[in-house]
Design a protein around this ligand. Structure first.
Ligand code: PDD
Length: 281
């Protein structure tokens, strides 16, 4: 089923194995593009406007004109997800195909637009929690843009896996930034804390939803820097993303977090989050 699902490429819906792009596409040659990952819960596009706003910011950050207004994006993407299950839309826009390989932006080039859907598979480690490992953040100063230039993130994730973890927690100048493909939350002295937005982190949509839920339910929370020392002694740690939702970290760099089990604040937040999702579809 995966092999021949319908995808969208430059104005056409076609089977995945017929979707082809040029080897001169700047996404392929330079990683010159941006992307979005938008959950579709039984056909409901989760926080679509926020995903579009982030897409607009990512495009502006790489100086690529948005090929479609929001309404048109919705028309393009809506036919893709299967409304009988939970899926996510992967949308990628690159600077298109130039006549030759040249670092400078090409003139009069149409962007390449590609979108496909995949099932959201419940993440195996969610109920028991995962192991995470910390490492120095090797990335650039454009982490707030969701660019396809993900090699540093891949190297971080792979290093985490090689060291027996499921996610890397990245640290810059002694302070936590985010995960290789997730945002980070910690419960410190009873307060839910997540690093503030800036050029060091992707402004995660899941992160924003969690902060809203915390506020609505009078759970103490704040956006603040988290030092590595604070992270190591936190009561709870979570990593969050559209595809894995809210995952408790129960072991950090080989040491258990509290009793090595998902904590009570996570349990509460996950229940609120699931209820919120259900209320939308
Ligand atoms: N990544 N930070 C990074 C570096 C990410 O790659 C992601 C998600 C997040 C969380 O953002 P959101 O809550 O909007 O999914 C934070 C997606 C899922 C991916 O690359 O597949």
């Amino acid at each position: 089923m995966l092999e021949n699902k319908t995808v969208y490429l430059n104005g056409q819906y076609l089977p995945l194995n017929e979707a082809k792009i040029s080897v001169l596409d700047r996404g392929f040659l330079f990683g010159d593009g941006v992307y979005e990952v938008i959950p579709s819960y039984y056909g409901h596009l989760f926080h679509f406007q926020q995903h579009m706003e982030r897409l607009e910011n990512s495009l502006a950050a790489i100086r690529l004109a948005n090929p479609h207004p929001r309404g048109q994006w919705q028309e393009i993407l809506r036919p893709l997800p299967d409304a009988s299950q939970n899926q996510y839309i992967y949308l990628q826009i690159t600077r298109g195909v130039a006549t030759k390989r040249d670092h400078a932006f090409p003139e009069n080039t149409l962007p390449t637009v590609f979108a496909m859907c995949s099932n959201i598979v419940p993440f195996a480690g969610k109920e028991t929690g995962i192991k995470a490992v910390t490492m120095d953040d090797s990335r650039w100063k454009l982490c707030n843009a969701k660019t396809v230039t993900l090699l540093a993130n891949l190297l971080h994730r792979q290093e985490a896996l090689d060291r027996g973890g499921a996610e890397a927690i990245l640290v810059r100048d002694g302070y936590v930034t985010e995960g290789a493909a997730s945002n980070v939350f910690a419960v410190i002295d009873g307060i839910l804390v997540t690093p503030p937005k800036g050029h060091d982190i992707l402004p995660g949509i899941t992160r924003d939803v969690i902060l809203d839920i915390a506020q609505q339910n009078h759970m103490a929370c704040r956006e603040d820097a988290i030092s590595l020392a604070q992270l190591k002694s936190a009561d709870e740690i979570w990593v969050t993303s559209s595809t894995r939702e809210i995952i408790p970290v129960v072991e950090l760099d080989g040491q258990p977090i509290t009793d090595g089990k998902p904590g009570p604040v996570w349990q509460r937040m996950d229940q609120f989050f699931q209820a919120y999702k259900q209320s939308l579809s």
